[in-house]
Design a protein around this ligand. Structure first.
Ligand SMILES: Nc1ncnc2c1ncn2[C@@H]1O[C@H](COP(=O)(O)OP(=O)(O)O)[C@@H](O)[C@H]1O
Ligand SMILES: [Mg+2]
Length: 257
């Protein structure tokens, strides 16, 4: 990390004109513009002769600034759906429009660039690189974007500060608690200011209080930055605090009041 190659600076992208007019996803009721639209997603897995139809025509529309939960039984396909929306995995059929662009027809390198510019991901497991410090882990997406090293450093410092970890930036993941590791993962997801954050059971491995703190952080990000949140959870009380709840059932997405 300390001797990463010299890379040319890139101008800051003009991505995601996210509206910053929401609080806790309250803009769900306003005429906010559409950020993400998935239509008729189908996804089938084959495993040892068995066929699993995980998504069977799932559709959804997410507006800028919304806070949306996705709930569903274990194995219902929530992670598959989130990975598909985030283009980590492509659907067998169906379309995903984001900011006017259709994603499923982009090339792998275009998709990687799209993810780097538009999305933050946080997973149940933090996926931090163990041999790097918290700061270096958080700098990583910015270095991948080829931002100048000082800029990456400053952004990472800010992001770690935003998640309350400014006193731990030199620690490696193994020297941090589970909650702190997830905060680092969250800071890494936020370091490039993505318009959309996808979170998959991010507090599944944390005790209740630590999980609650992470949830508060997520909500604060929405109200202060207008970041759009799609949160997979099986924590019902968390889901109940969001402006929209979607249920994934039998491969389809249903809106729940
Ligand atoms: N890469 C894969 N290969 C084969 N089957 C998979 C794969 N990923 C997920 N599945 C299966 O698809 C179903 C949905 O999985 P998943 O999306 O992880 O559900 P959830 O996140 O709701 O628990 C499960 O039956 C799972 O075993
Ligand atoms: Mg899952």
């Amino acid at each position: 990390m300390t001797d990463s190659p010299l890379v040319p600076p890139l101008a800051r992208p003009t991505s995601g004109e996210a509206t910053h007019d929401s609080s806790h996803g309250a803009s769900a009721t306003s005429a906010a513009s559409v950020l993400l639209e998935a239509r008729s997603l189908n996804k089938r897995y084959r495993k040892g002769g068995a066929v699993i139809d995980v998504l069977r025509g799932a559709s959804l529309v997410i507006k800028k600034g919304e806070v949306v939960s996705i709930i569903g039984a274990s194995g219902a396909g929530k992670s598959t759906l989130l990975h598909t929306l985030g283009t980590l995995d492509l659907p067998d059929s169906g379309t995903i429009h984001y900011g006017g662009r259709e994603l499923t027809s982009l090339s792998p390198s275009e998709l990687a660039d799209f993810r780097n510019r538009e999305l933050g991901f946080v997973f149940q497991f933090h996926h931090l690189l163990p041999e790097f410090s918290a700061l270096e882990n958080v700098m990583m997406p910015a270095l991948i974007r080829r931002l100048p090293r000082q800029d990456a450093h400053d952004r990472a410092t800010r992001a770690l500060n935003d998640v309350g970890l400014s006193h731990r930036i030199e620690h490696r993941p193994g020297e941090l608690s589970g909650g702190e590791q997830q905060r680092v993962a969250l800071a890494r997801a936020l370091v490039l200011d993505p318009p959309l954050l996808l979170a998959d059971e991010v507090t599944g491995n944390l005790d209740e209080r630590t999980g609650e703190e992470i949830h508060e952080l997520l909500f604060r990000l929405n109200s202060t930055r207008g970041i759009t949140l799609i949160v997979v959870t099986h924590n019902r009380s968390l889901a109940d605090r969001m402006s929209r709840r979607l249920v994934l059932h039998n491969g389809l997405i249903e809106e729940r009041a």
